[in-house]
Design a protein around this ligand. Structure first.
Ligand code: 3HC
Length: 712
C-alpha cells in the first residue's frame, strides 16, 4: 500500500514500517496506516507475529505536534494502540532513535519491546505543557512501577535502553546495531516468543502497581512544587499517574483523558509548543538554501583563558570538539586551566560526571602560548578583554594565520562586529558569538551577524550551537545585540519604578510570581552591579545620557559602597554567607529614600499591574524596534532569546508572544500611556503603532533584514 506506513512479510513475520520523515511523527496518515497495516498483518495467514518499527533515524518520536489545536481526525491514537494491544498475533515494537511520547505509547501498547542499545525512551509531553494522552500514564507505571514513571513523566527526560531493560520496559537490547540488524534480531525474538502461549498486555499487568504507598505521590508533588513557577502541567502528570494506582485501567484512562484535555486547552501548553517550534524556526536563515553545505568544525581555537574563554572551551570539549586555548603568559594559562579542572572535578564529586569522562574532556584541551595552532583551526573564537583596539589587533593576527574557510568569531558582548571585521582582509568571514556567563552552563548563544558575514557561516554556527548543546539565535549588529539591548530598557524601568515608590523586593516578587526565574534586582546582584557601573561611567564621559532619563543613582550609590552584588555578599539585598539566600537590607532602603529626596521625587504607591506593564512594555517596545530595524529575523527569535538566556518563563512563551497573546493594540496603548507620563524613557517604536492601527501581530511581521549594517 502507498502512504507513510508499509507492510511486508519476512520469514513468516509481518513487518510494519512507518516512514514519515524526519521523526515519524504520528500524523493522521500514520495513525490510519498503522491501523490498516495491522489489519493486513492479521489477515495474512502466513504472518505469525507482527513487528512495528520506524524507518529512517527513529521510531515514532511522538504525536504530530502541528496537529494540536486543530480538529481531531480519526483514527485517534488511543484506538490504534488498543488494536495493537488486543491483537491476537503477538505485537513487538523494534525501537531505535528516540521513541518518545505517542511513539513510546504505541510501543507500550505492543506486547513486547526490543531496542538498539543507543535508543532513548521517554515521555516528554510535560515539556510541551501536556501529559502522555494515549495511555502512557497508565501503561508506564504498570511496566516500570509508579516511582520511575513519575520521574520520567514529570521531568520529560528519556532513559537509555540499558536502563529501560533493567526496569522491564524492553525485553532485549542489541549492541549498536544497524536498522537491518535490529529487524533481524527482532525476527529471532518473535520466533522465540511464539513458543509461549501467553502474550502479556501492558494494561493487564498489576504486579508493579499493587501496594503502593500514597507517599510517593506526595513526595513527587513536594519535589516539583519549587520548580513550578506557576505551571500546572507537572501536577496534572502526577494526578494522572496516581490514577494508574488508585483506579482500574478504564477509569485511569478516562482520568488521563480529562487531565490531558485540561493541559491541551491551556495557555501553558500553547506557549511551550510555541517555544518548541520557535527554537527550530530560529535555524532557518532567510535567503539561505537549506541544502547549502555547512562548514565542518572539527578543531577550535579559543583566545583567552579567562572566565568566558574557559567556559567556551568547556562547551566545545563537552561535545567532543578539541580546543586549543591561547593565552599571553603561562601564569594566565595555568590559572585558567586550573579553574576548568576544578570545575569538572566539582561535577565529578557531585556524581554528575564520571572521572573517565572528565579525563576525556581534559585531554581534548590544549593550553598553549603558540599562535600557530590557529593555522589548523576551523573556528577561532576570541574571548579577551572588551576593548576595541585589543580586539582589532588580535583579529589582524588571526587573519594572518587562519586557513581559508576558517570562521573568525568574537565573543564581544557590546562592540561593533563590523569594526572588528575591518581589521581583517576577510570581513565576510567574521562573526560575533556572544556566549553568556558561565558559558559552559548558559544555553543561549547570540550569533551576531556583521553587515558582510556570509550566510553559510550563520547556518554553520546555528548547527554548531545545537552540537554544543546551546540554543542559537541570529542577532543584528546593534548596541547590546538583541538580548542586552532589550534588557537594558527592562532594567531601566525596574530602577525607575523603585525611584518612584516601589521597592526592589516588590518589583522582584511581582516578576518572579509571574514566572521569571529571578526578578531584575536579583539578576543585577547575580551578574555584579559593578559591570553596569563601569559602562555607565563610560557613557557619562561620552555624554550618552544627554536628553535621556538617568535611572541608576541608587545602583551607583550601592557600587560606591562596594555593594557589587552576590559576590560581595551585598547589593540590592544582603546575602546569607552560608545559604546565599537574599534578605532585605534597611541600608538599601535608606539609600533609596535619600536618592528620592535629593531628586525631589514624592514616592507613590505603585500597583503590581503597573510594574508588570512597565517591565514587559519596555521589553516589547525595544523588541519591536529591533524588528523594525531588521536586527532580528522574526519575533519568535526574540522569544527564544529571552526564554533561554534571561529566565523568561518558557510557559509564558516569550515577550513577543505575550504581546500577540494580550493583543498588540492593548500593549501599544499601555506603552503610549507610559510614554505620555515620561517621554524620556520610552523610545518610539513606529512598528508597534502601525500594528496597533492595523490590529496586526508581531509574529506576522517580516523584518527587512537586507541592510543590517546600521548600528543603533
Ligand atoms: N511533531 C511534529 N514535528 C516534529 C515533532 C513532532 N512530534 N518532533 C520533531 N518535529 C519536527 C521539528 O519541528 C523539526 O522540523 P523542521 O525540520 O521543520 O524544523 C524536525 O521535526 C526535526 O526536529 P529536530 O530539529 O528537533 O530534530 P532532532 O533530531 O534534533 O530531535 C527529537 C529529534 C528528539 C525527536 C526532537 O524533535 C523532539 O524532542 N521532538 C518532540 C518529541 C515530543 O515532544 N514528543 C511528544 C509529542 S506530544 C505526544 O506525543 C502526545 C501524546 O502523548 C498523545
Amino acid at each position: 500500500m502507498s502512504g507513510p506506513v508499509t507492510y511486508e512479510l519476512r520469514e513468516n513475520i509481518g513487518i510494519i514500517t512507518v516512514n514519515n520523515p524526519p521523526v515519524n511523527a504520528l500524523s493522521q496518515a500514520v495513525r490510519a496506516g498503522l491501523s490498516e497495516c495491522l489489519k493486513e498483518a492479521l489477515n495474512d495467514s502466513s504472518a505469525e507475529a507482527v513487528i512495528v518499527t520506524g524507518g529512517g533515524r527513529t521510531f515514532m518520536a511522538g504525536a504530530d505536534i502541528s496537529e494540536f489545536g486543530k480538529p481531531t481526525m480519526d483514527p485517534d491514537l488511543n484506538s490504534v494502540i488498543f488494536e495493537y494491544e488486543d491483537s491476537n498475533k503477538p505485537t513487538i515494537a523494534a525501537l531505535h532513535g528516540t521513541p518518545l511520547g505517542g511513539g513510546l505509547e504505541v510501543s507500550m501498547g505492543c506486547q513486547y519491546r526490543v531496542a538498539n542499545s543507543k535508543t532513548l525512551l521517554g515521555l516528554p509531553e510535560v515539556k510541551l505543557g501536556l501529559l502522555p494522552g494515549a495511555g502512557g500514564t497508565q501503561r508506564l507505571p504498570r511496566l516500570v512501577g509508579p516511582e520511575l514513571a513519575l520521574e520520567m513523566i514529570t521531568s520529560g527526560n528519556p532513559i537509555p535502553a540499558e536502563k529501560a531493560m533493567e526496569e522491564g520496559l524492553v525485553s532485549e537490547i542489541y549492541n549498536n546495531v544497524s536498522h537491518e540488524e535490529l529487524i533481524d534480531n527482532a525476527i529471532i525474538f518473535a520466533k522465540k516468543i511464539l513458543t509461549n502461549n501467553t502474550h502479556p498486555k501492558s494494561r493487564e499487568r498489576t504486579e508493579k502497581i499493587s501496594n503502593i504507598s500514597p507517599d510517593i505521590f506526595d513526595n513527587a508533588i513536594k519535589k516539583i512544587t519549587p520548580r513550578l513557577r506557576g505551571r500546572k502541567g507537572p501536577l496534572r502528570c502526577i494526578e494522572a499517574v496516581r490514577g494508574a494506582v488508585d483506579l482500574n485501567f478504564e477509569e485511569g484512562i478516562k482520568n488521563e483523558r480529562d487531565l490531558f484535555k485540561l493541559c491541551h486547552d491551556s495557555d501553558e501548553s500553547e506557549a511551550l509548543i510555541h517555544s518548541f517550534f520557535s527554537e527550530r524556526m530560529a535555524n532557518k536563515i532567510p535567503g539561505m538554501d537549506k541544502d547549502t553545505p555547512l562548514r565542518p568544525i572539527n578543531k577550535a581555537v579559543v583566545i583567552g583563558c579567562g572566565t568566558m574563554g574557559g567556559g567556551i572551551a568547556m562547551s566545545f570539549v563537552n561535545s567532543g570538539i578539541p580546543v586549543s586555548i591561547i593565552e599571553t603568559t603561562s601564569e594566565f594559562l595555568d590559572k585558567g586551566m586550573n579553574i576548568i579542572k576544578n570545575n569538572y572535578a566539582a561535577t565529578v564529586s557531585k556524581g554528575r560526571l564520571s572521572q573517565k569522562n572528565m579525563d576525556k574532556r581534559m585531554s581534548l584541551l590544549t593550553p598553549t602560548l603558540d599562535w600557530d595552532v590557529i593555522k589548523e583551526a576551523d573556528i577561532v573564537i576570541e574571548a579577551v578583554f572588551e576593548e576595541m583596539e585589543i580586539k582589532k589587533e588580535i583579529f589582524t593576527k588571526i587573519d594572518n594565520l587562519a586557513k581559508e574557510g576558517a570562521i573568525l568569531a568574537s565573543n564581544t558582548s557590546t562592540l561593533d562586529i563590523d569594526e572588528i571585521a575591518d581589521a581583517t582582509n576577510r570581513p565576510e568571514e567574521v562573526v560575533g558569538t556572544h556566549f553568556f556567563s558561565p558559558a559552559n552552563v548558559m544555553k543561549l548563544l547570540e550569533i551576531v551577524r556583521g553587515s558582510r558575514t556570509k550566510l553559510d557561516i550563520l547556518a554553520t554556527l546555528m548547527s554548531l550551537a545545537k552540537k554544543i548543546k546551546k540554543v542559537g539565535i541570529i542577532a543584528g549588529n546593534c548596541d547590546g545585540f538583541v538580548g542586552n539591548r532589550m534588557f537594558h530598557q527592562y532594567v531601566m524601568q525596574a530602577h525607575l519604578l523603585v525611584e518612584e515608590g516601589a521597592t526592589p523586593e516588590q518589583v522582584d516578587s511581582v516578576a518572579e510570581n509571574w514566572g521569571w526565574a529571578m526578578g531584575p534586582f536579583a539578576v543585577n546582584d547575580l551578574a555584579g552591579n559593578d559591570v553596569g557601573w563601569l559602562i555607565r561611567k563610560r557613557h557619562k564621559a561620552e555624554n550618552y545620557y544627554e536628553g535621556k532619563k538617568y535611572a541608576s543613582d541608587v545602583a551607583d550609590r550601592l557600587c560606591e559602597l562596594g555593594r557589587f552584588g552576590q559576590k560581595a555578599g551585598k547589593g540590592f539585598y544582603k546575602y546569607d554567607p552560608k545559604t546565599r539566600k537574599r534578605e532585605s537590607d534597611p541600608e538599601v532602603h535608606k539609600i533609596i529614600e535619600d536618592v528620592r529626596r535629593e531628586k525631589g521625587v514624592n514616592p507613590r504607591e505603585i500597583s503590581d499591574d503597573e510594574i508588570l506593564s512597565r517591565l514587559h512594555g519596555a521589553l516589547i517596545n525595544e523588541g519591536t524596534r529591533i524588528l523594525e530595524e531588521g536586527h532580528a529575523f522574526r519575533a519568535s527569535d526574540i522569544d527564544v532569546c529571552y526564554v533561554n538566556g534571561y529566565g523568561f518563563a518558557a510557559h509564558r512563551g516569550g515577550p513577543m508572544w505575550q504581546a500577540d497573546k494580550i493583543g498588540v493594540n492593548k500593549v501599544a496603548k499601555e506603552i503610549n500611556n507610559h510614554r505620555n507620563a515620561d517621554n524620556l524613557s520610552w523610545p518610539e517604536s513606529k512598528l508597534i503603532n502601525q500594528l496597533e492601527e492595523s490590529n496586526g501581530k508581531l509574529s506576522e511581521f517580516i523584518p527587512d533584514t537586507s541592510n543590517p549594517s546600521k548600528r543603533s
